[in-house]
Design a protein around this ligand. Structure first.
Ligand code: PEP
Ligand code: CO
Length: 448
């Protein structure tokens, strides 16, 4: 007999990585307000994403999940939302055009605010301060008072997510994503680079194909699929009180959905089988993800699949592996075999970022573009070895011209990281590196 589940049954389990709010009553009040607010997404949209991910699970489509490590309350504006969307659309078009496989587009956006931390305290310029846990909890400014968890931030996260989603819906359904505008997606600072030039050539090919189809009577106005795109939102559902407050029962099916995003995932640090996160996730009907790091054993991963996907449903569960370029060749194949043999039809996605983070000589937390590519290459090799479908990639990026990850076509060096190191959490690929990555992945897929 399955244990009873409710949106609050996680409260009987140990919940890791939750903020120590200074005033429990203030948090309860905020959560009560949130639970009366409208849902951010609809259950029907989450079901649509589950179907789309089902196609990925069957090897008929690819998943591109991308966006900020941590969204910021400070850089919240229309241009930043538009440019991140534009870059993801551009990467998706590169992948689709080069491989002929449809791409399911999901942003780490409109809710990606909470950050798990390895330690409760961090050293900032010689001072020990409570760790920054994402703008939904506290502020990164290096003072004691900025680091105190503030529950009104939960409301601000909701409002920013709502406004971001509103604009994303307008852009993706209102003409911005029309395939006829494929040239206009080239970011200005990228357009002049070799990657930008490579993209222009591909966009010219697409233009030519569209003109041909138009001459045959098919154009982007007559075919909605060419005029708009389905773009989904996702984030790590870390702060369980917030997620519970946005969990609603669907009137059509009677099922519970976490309506804070279309897809939510469990992070590497909170995936204990008997923990609060697994308990919460098992009861929601969204498509869900779970990060899998290098310490995970094959048995443990199968147990997670049994807990999170008891019905063995295509599109329900995405396992996002983040092994590190040096470990993936040894660690991934046994896990792939065990999950395949267990009959769970999961989507496999490669997060090549979180297993390849290190602190450089200049003192910056960074990642090398070559290690990121090497992990993706290892991911493809492991799937080829086992005969499973390398379903997609999960990356941290920004459209901004930042200098946070080493290498890439610009060959960014350690001395250059300081130029525009702007992230509030992990180092992200910039626009050029992201586009370059899309071309590299497309090539790996073509030769796979
Ligand atoms: C993240 O995706 O930002 C993250 C913290 O990942 P992980 O849980 O895999 O470390
Ligand atoms: Co991160």
């Amino acid at each position: 007999m399955a244990r009873e589940w409710t949106p609050s049954s996680w409260r009987e389990r140990a919940a890791k990585q939750q903020p120590t709010w200074p005033d429990a009553t203030a948090v309860d009040e905020v959560l009560k307000v949130l639970s009366g607010y409208p849902p951010l997404v609809f259950a029907g949209e989450s079901r649509q994403l589950r179907q789309d991910l089902g196609r990925v699970a069957r090897g008929e489509a690819l998943l591109l999940q991308a966006g900020d490590c941590a969204e910021s309350f400070d850089s919240f504006n229309a241009v930043s939302i538009r440019e991140r969307l534009r870059l993801i659309l551009q990467m998706a078009v590169v992948l689709t055009y080069s491989t002929g496989v449809p791409v399911v587009k999901t942003g780490r956006i409109a809710g990606q605010f909470a950050k798990p931390r390895s330690a409760d305290f961090e050293n900032v310029g010689g001072r020990e301060l409570p760790s920054f846990r994402g703008h939904i909890v506290n502020d990164p400014a290096p003072t004691e008072s900025a680091r105190i968890p503030d529950p009104t931030r939960l409301l601000q996260a909701y409002q920013q997510s709502a406004a971001t989603l509103n604009l994303l819906r307008a852009f993706t359904k209102g003409g911005f994503a029309d395939l006829a505008r494929v040239h206009a997606w080239n970011l200005e600072f990228v357009a002049q680079s070799p990657e930008g030039g490579r993209y222009e050539a591909l966009a010219n090919d697409i233009d030519r194909a569209l003109r041909f189809m138009s001459a045959c009577g098919v154009n982007t106005e007559s075919v909605p699929h060419l005029h708009e795109v389905d773009f989904y939102t996702s984030h790590e559902a870390l702060i369980l009180g917030y997620e519970e407050a946005l969990t609603r029962q669907d009137s059509l099916t009677g099922d519970w959905y976490d309506c804070s995003a279309h897809m939510v995932w469990i992070g590497e640090r909170t995936r204990e089988l008997d923990g609060a996160h697994v308990e919460f996730f098992r009861g929601i009907h969204n498509p869900i993800g779970c990060k899998i790091g290098p310490a995970a054993t094959a048995d443990e991963v199968v147990e997670l699949c049994d807990a999170l996907d008891p019905e063995r449903a295509e599109g329900r569960l995405t396992l996002i592996t983040r092994m590190g370029a040096d470990s993936i060749g040894d660690r991934l194949p046994p896990i792939l075999r065990a999950v395949r043999d267990s009959g769970h039809p999961v989507v496999w996605a490669c997060d090549p970022m979180h297993g390849n983070t290190f602190t450089s000589n200049s003192g910056h937390k960074t990642r090398h573009f070559d290690a990121i590519l090497a992990e993706i290459r290892g991911f493809f090799a492991a799937h080829a070895e086992v005969g499973t479908w390398p379903g997609g990639v999960h990356v941290e990026l920004t459209s901004d011209d930042v200098t946070e990850c080493l290498g890439g076509a610009e060959a960014l060096s350690d001395d250059e990281l300081d130029l525009r190191y702007e992230t509030i959490c992990d180092p992200r690929l910039n626009g050029r590196q992201s586009l370059d990555l899309a071309f590299e992945v497309a090539e790996m897929l073509r030769s796979a």
